[in-house]
Design a protein around this ligand. Structure first.
Ligand code: BDP
Length: 684
């Protein structure tokens, strides 16, 4: 079906010079080891070579040609071991790989090797990527290894098959309160993930309700174990979200107090049972004391008490606890202007820095609020110093157009990863904190909330596949540029034709800022319809216990979060960062309203007043949405017709939605202020 293969649909290259170069080694593959993951790697290699070069390589234990590919793990394979230098072997680490040429008078051997079979698998996918994107082989010789240790996807899938914040159909794992038995699709998914180097997957929603609580019982564990088997073939470990109150709900205990002996014993036994089904089980993801989910607060215990209790029981099995920091009071009083949801994660977790066990990781959303189109970086990054940290990005487009709008999130994620926290002086970038290097963490990494479902093309809007791809590539290497990632994705998914590459790349690269320009302005966020979060509703959350968010009145808009006169949120940053935000004049303009309450007639750097900026950006955003469509139309005949029409349809929808946004926002502020648009354009 259209789009099913994503970036792994192989077509024969039409560059005969390159084909010749690659084919030289690809006619014969030497493989002497035998394991599930090695077999996966071999299949992928055969498959890729067949698809891209149109030959069927001979697989053998001894070479049958003078030039050949030799694949395997140098830790298990003496021949490979002998062909590599000691330093090379050390440098690859646990999950890295080496691709190199070894030439003797007789033979030319192209080596793809890892220390582990996972490393080898990633090496094979990297080799295929090079061919597919028509890279010269010498460009890929060398050693590569993932920057981040944990590269994990979170699926907000429920057992009934629904997906919380899912915009691409139903779950591929669950249906009708059962684990889906048919494995093809799940295997294909594992394959997609492995091709980007993803090594972990949480299969169920962080909101663990009644049925999902039972996933860790014998009623479900055999089925969960089957999923773990599928993922294992691709080097991916399976994790589960758990309900903190499980000892009560499943075990009939009177309490879930983490310091209660009975509770600790219950979890210990439970975890042993899980490992009896899944020997390499990854561990738990926990949403506790957050949005009405149970947690240690009920027993006057803190998050460290809760997380460490689970961590101790998991430790002997080398399992980890990923504890989420999305903790805030969702019943706050909007009338109290000193209350600020943005401060909550830091207030809850900073006092616990250094109190978590070695195998606990705190998973922190990228911003202090909740995946808005623009937010500053969470103050916990750069705050926490003695705690393992995981970045949580949202790939599914909850607040960024729900896969009905084109919004490529990689440029946003890049800005976040490249943000300087000043935690250890200048150049303490977020990406160096989450890769564990700044604070030398034992565990660390990047998590993404998946955007896939059971629609034929996985993501609903096919161009949203680029978000999944970009997430995986950044989790592997956050130093890749947005341009590199988009070019790679287009070449792999659609075509090596430079016009196709350029146009789709331009569309993707501009799309986030376009979406931002016609939705909520300058970092303020939230002007969406409550509950489903699609479409404009300026006051939707404004006078609400989950809020308050923009504080617009007749004079101005924005939340004063400075230490001097506001909520004090800015004071949670390190001094150098805080200083930049304190003053409206130095605050980066895209975050102006996040940090300051600004009068409508305030002059921005461009010379526009704030109100005129709001009008201009909304009119312009719609123009740009129209332009996105025109760019796409210029590809007629250069991409398949079905794809052409699919994307055209989505972009047409986006134009209509963007007009609705423009008109609601502009009208709201026109009515609030009574100030006319300088250009006299129509505002309702
Ligand atoms: C919010 C979502 C909600 C999630 C929550 C979370 O609206 O569905 O359960 O985040 O991350 O963005 O726990």
């Amino acid at each position: 079906a259209l789009g099913y293969n994503c970036w792994l649909g192989y077509h024969k290259l039409d560059n005969s010079r390159l084909i010749k170069e690659y084919v030289k080694w690809c006619k014969n593959i030497i493989r002497s080891e035998d394991s599930d993951v090695i077999n996966t790697a071999l299949d992928e290699l055969k498959n890729g070579i067949h698809g891209l070069l149109d030959i069927n390589p001979i697989i053998s234990v001894e070479p049958v040609m003078k030039a050949y590919l030799s694949i395997g793990t140098f830790s298990e394979n003496d021949t490979l071991d002998a062909l590599l230098e000691t330093e090379e072997k050390e440098e690859t680490g646990e999950e890295g790989f080496i691709i190199k040429l070894a030439e003797t008078d007789e033979e030319s051997i192209l080596i793809i090797a890892g220390k582990t079979e996972k490393g080898l698998l990633y090496g094979v996918f990297s080799f295929i990527r090079a061919i597919q994107t028509q890279n010269n082989l010498e460009n890929i010789f060398g050693i590569e290894k993932p920057a981040n240790q944990l590269r994990i996807l979170n699926h907000w899938d429920n057992l009934d098959g629904s997906i919380e914040r899912g915009y691409a159909g139903k779950s591929i794992f669950f249906n009708n309160n059962k684990v889906i038995r048919k494995s093809d699709r799940i295997r294909d998914y594992a394959r997609l993930l492995a091709s980007m180097g993803i090594n972990g997957t949480v299969i169920n929603n962080v909101n663990v309700l009644k049925f999902e609580t039972r996933l860790i019982t014998s009623a479900y564990l055999p089925d969960v174990a089957r999923l773990a088997d599928l993922f294992r073939e691709y080097g991916i470990r399976l994790y589960l979200s758990i309900n903190f109150a499980s000892p009560m709900e499943l075990g009939g205990l009177p309490t879930a107090d983490p310091l209660d002996e009975g509770v600790r014993e219950w979890w210990k036994k439970k975890i042993e049972e899980i490992y009896s089904y899944i020997p390499d089980f990854g561990g738990f993801l926990v949403k506790a004391d957050s949005e009405n989910r149970p947690g240690p607060f009920t027993y006057n215990r803190n998050h460290a008490d809760g997380a460490n209790m689970l961590a101790k029981a998991l430790k002997g099995h080398s399992g980890i606890v990923i504890w989420r920091c999305f903790v805030y009071n969702c019943m706050q009083d909007w009338r109290d202007y000193s209350v600020d949801r943005a401060k909550a994660a830091y207030d809850n977790f900073m006092p616990l820095d250094g109190k978590f066990d070695e195998n606990v990781l705190l998973q922190i959303k990228n911003g202090p609020m909740d995946f808005q189109v623009r937010e500053p970086v969470s103050t916990l990054f750069g705050g926490l110093r003695e705690t393992n940290q995981v970045m949580e990005f949202q790939i599914t487009q909850e607040y960024t157009g729900q896969q009905k709008h084109l919004c490529w999130l990689v440029p946003m994620w890049k800005e976040i990863l490249d943000f300087d926290t000043y935690a250890k002086g200048k150049n303490t970038f977020v990406k160096r904190i989450v890769n564990g290097s700044v604070f030398e963490n034992k565990y660390s990494g990047i998590a993404g909330v998946a955007n896939i479902g059971d629609e034929a093309n996985w993501t609903g809007f096919q161009l949203a596949q680029a978000n999944l791809y970009g997430f995986g590539r950044l989790a592997w290497n956050p130093d890749l540029t947005s341009e590199q990632i988009t070019e790679e994705w287009v070449r792999r998914t659609y075509s090596n034709n430079s016009e196709v590459v350029n146009i789709i790349s331009e569309m993707l690269l501009s799309s986030w800022k376009i979406y931002e320009s016609y939705t909520s302005p300058l970092g303020i966020g939230w002007m969406v319809n409550p509950n489903h979060h699609f479409g404009p509703n300026v006051d939707g959350y404004e006078y609400d216990k989950w809020g308050t968010y923009h504080r617009a009145d007749l004079r101005g808009i924005g939340v004063d979060r400075t230490s001097a006169s506001g909520t004090g949120y800015a004071g949670q940053y390190n001094k150098e960062v805080e200083e930049g935000y304190q003053d409206a004049g130095t605050c980066p303009e895209e975050l102006l309203l996040f940090f300051h309450h600004i009068p409508y007639n305030y002059k921005l750097k461009s010379g526009e007043t704030l109100i005129q900026y709001i009008y201009n950006s909304h009119f312009k955003g719609v123009e740009q949405a129209i332009d996105l469509k025109n760019k796409w139309l210029s590809l007629k005949g250069m991409v398949g017709e079905e794809l052409f029409n699919h994307v055209k349809g989505r972009l047409e929808g986006q134009i209509e939605y963007s007009k609705e946004w423009r008109d609601v926002i502009n009208t709201y502020f026109f009515r609030k202020t009574g100030i006319d648009d300088e250009q006299g354009r129509k505002i309702y």
